[in-house]
Design a binder for this molecule. Sequence first.
Ligand code: SF4
Ligand code: SF4
Length: 110
Amino acid sequence: MSSLANFVRVAIDQDTCISCGACIEVCPYDALEFDENMKARLIWEKCQDDFSCIESCPVNCIYKVEEAPEELKTEKAGWYRLGRELNEEEKKAFEEWRQKYGVKVDPVQA
Ligand code: SF4
Ligand code: SF4
């Protein structure tokens, strides 16, 4: 069993995000950033699932992926990217994560 198998991660509704920066400030793993539109974006492989960002968001637009609105997973792209090239084990875990949670939108190519 891979140690990477139980990722949850967070999904961000960028339409609701007010660019306050609170989540970026609070993330212990530097797994959040502003994108070019000053909307919060997840750097997928950096996230360690401590979920402190969810509590910090004043407009409640960050969700555990398993609890995220369907459209964030299937239609609204742009809320996550890969920060580097994943190794083989990580690639496998990434694909398993997408399948498990029904994440059909692709990561931003940054
Ligand atoms: S869940 Fe934790 S590690 Fe992941 S982005 Fe939010 S604060 Fe950062
Ligand atoms: S805390 Fe919420 S509103 Fe503020 S930048 Fe992060 S996602 Fe956007």
